[in-house]
Design a protein around this ligand. Sequence first.
Ligand SMILES: Cc1cc2nc3c(=O)[nH]c(=O)nc-3n(C[C@H](O)[C@H](O)[C@H](O)COP(=O)(O)OP(=O)(O)OC[C@H]3O[C@@H](n4cnc5c(N)ncnc54)[C@H](O)[C@@H]3O)c2cc1C
Length: 287
Amino acid sequence: MPVATPTDLQAALRAAGEEPDALIVAGGTDVMVEVNAGERRPALASGTVIVLDRVRELRRWLHDPEASSVLLGAGVTYTELMAEPLASLLPALAEAARTVGSPQIRNCGTIGGNLATCSPAGDTLPVLAALDAQVHLASSSGERTMPVEEFMLGVKTTALASGELIVGVTVPVLRGPQGYAKVGVRNAMVIAIASACIVADKDQRTVRIALGSVAPTVVRCPDAEQHAAASVHWDRGRCAPAVAAEIGERAAAAARPIDDHRSTATYRSRAVAVLVGRLIRRGFPDA
Ligand SMILES: Cc1cc2nc3c(=O)[nH]c(=O)nc-3n(C[C@H](O)[C@H](O)[C@H](O)COP(=O)(O)OP(=O)(O)OC[C@H]3O[C@@H](n4cnc5c(N)ncnc54)[C@H](O)[C@@H]3O)c2cc1C
């Protein structure tokens, strides 16, 4: 089986263009689970493997202070997201990264892999949605950029075309409290039963709220966002507990959870209401 190990983006795109059915591997933390489960064997038997972890352009990140944004290469790992200065620039993303798997998974797993897998429980996805991140895609025939919410089409379904790679994601750097929280069956090495991210933008006086694991893909909560923006005390950075609880309830109303082997729809709805209320209280403590 041919294995391509490109070291620059052009070579990676060329390889992906020549072998559009190739198995793309970044950190391998999702792919190898699928291989072990027998799900990738047909592709492996007949095709090519393209390994991206040496592609230097994908491993980089760049802070643009003038644009107030960070461009994260698709190959940036959770461990890198948790380290300074990225952790201070993008605190909710760092907080989400800290909840992922174990140190070994965080050392290998990448933001591009999380996006491409597009699990409803992917921990970076609610954060990227709340931050209105832009996803950059490229193939041997061109490039395109789209909002992350347009990229995520459904359960493990994305807008990624055959032969196309995720190159990176542009994430705004905002002034204001932000945070991510999830609940699972235990505290570590756990897939989210429900998750939530809140991002407040002090300059625009907006609050953005996104939920994970409570719908086929991440959901935003426009009613809760508007209520939060109108109700928090922006000058004092405060919010009354009853208002925070109300914002949580409104966020939960946007969820479309299901019963499955991990939890029930009722528990998931309750959990996101509590998580959003807590994150609002943490960002905007009581007067
Ligand atoms: C023990 C364990 C615990 C885990 N815990 C968590 C957790 O807590 N939270 C969580 O969200 N996830 C978790 N995961 C899942 C996984 O670690 C993440 O989804 C991770 O971000 C995947 O990244 P990767 O680089 O390993 O992707 P890979 O496994 O290399 O690839 C995943 C998918 O993305 C595609 N892909 C990768 N990079 C690109 C690219 N640049 N362009 C196009 N396609 C690409 C691959 O073809 C594949 O389909 C866990 C996995 C394991 C094994």
